[in-house]
Design a protein around this ligand. Sequence first.
Ligand SMILES: Nc1ncnc2c1ncn2[C@@H]1O[C@H](COP(=O)(O)OP(=O)(O)OP(=O)(O)O)[C@@H](O)[C@H]1O
Ligand SMILES: [Mg+2]
Length: 216
Amino acid sequence: MRTFADLVARAVRLAGRGRAVLGLAGAPGAGKSTLAQALVSAVPGAQHVPMDGFHLADVELERLGRRGRKGAPDTFDAAGYAALLARLRAQPQEPGAAVVYAPAFDREIEQPVAGSIPVFGDTRLVVTEGNYLLLSDGGWGAVRPLLDEVWFVDVPGGARTERLVGRHRRFGKPREAALAWVRDVDGANAELVDAARDSADLVVPGDLRLQRGPAR
Ligand SMILES: Nc1ncnc2c1ncn2[C@@H]1O[C@H](COP(=O)(O)OP(=O)(O)OP(=O)(O)O)[C@@H](O)[C@H]1O
Ligand SMILES: [Mg+2]
C-alpha cells in the first residue's frame, strides 16, 4: 500500500460488499479527515462520518470538569458513536431507505452539531475516522467490532505538531496558546492513540500525495 490509488482500490473492494464501514485511526493532526475526504471523493457510493461529531458539548464538559482537556477519550460520547455505527450497519441497503443522521463537529464554534450528515440507504462505504477507534477502555472497545477494517494514519510527531499549530491558528488561537495546547493536550492523546497502532489492519503514511477524484 504505497500510493493513494492503492488505498482507493482497497476501499472500492470494501464497498463491493454492499455496506461496509472503514475506520481511519490516528493521532491528532495525522491527516485522518483529509484522507477520509479524499477517499470519499474517489470511491463511488462512499460517505464520510467523523467520530468528531461525538465530542461532548462544552456545557457538559463544564459539568464534568473536563473542559480543560477537551479531545481526551473521556470527553466524547463513545457509546453514542458505537450506537450510530451499529445503526449504520443495520440500515436497509436500498435507495429510498430511511436516512440515518450523524452529527458533525463544527470547528468554527468547536461544538458538535446533531443531525448534520444524512447517511443514505444506497451508500456502500461509510468512511469513519477519529483518534480513538482502536482503544479498548472507557466504552471505546465497542467500536472496533463494528468496523470492517481500520487503517492507521501515521505521521512523525514533529510534522504533526506543525500541522496542528497551523490549524489552531487558522481557527483563531494565538500562537502561544496553540503551542501549549498541542504540547499538553494533543500530545498526551497522541501517546494513547499511537499505543494502539499495531492492532490496525493497515498502516498508511499521513503525508501521502492525495488526488481528488470526481466529486459525487
Ligand atoms: N496528505 C497530506 N499531505 C499534506 N498535508 C496534510 C495531509 N493530510 C493532512 N494534511 C494537513 O494536516 C493538517 C491536519 O490534517 P487533518 O485535519 O486531516 O488531521 P486529523 O487527523 O483529522 O486531525 P484531528 O485528529 O485533529 O481531527 C491539516 O492542516 C491538513 O491540511
Ligand atoms: Mg480530523
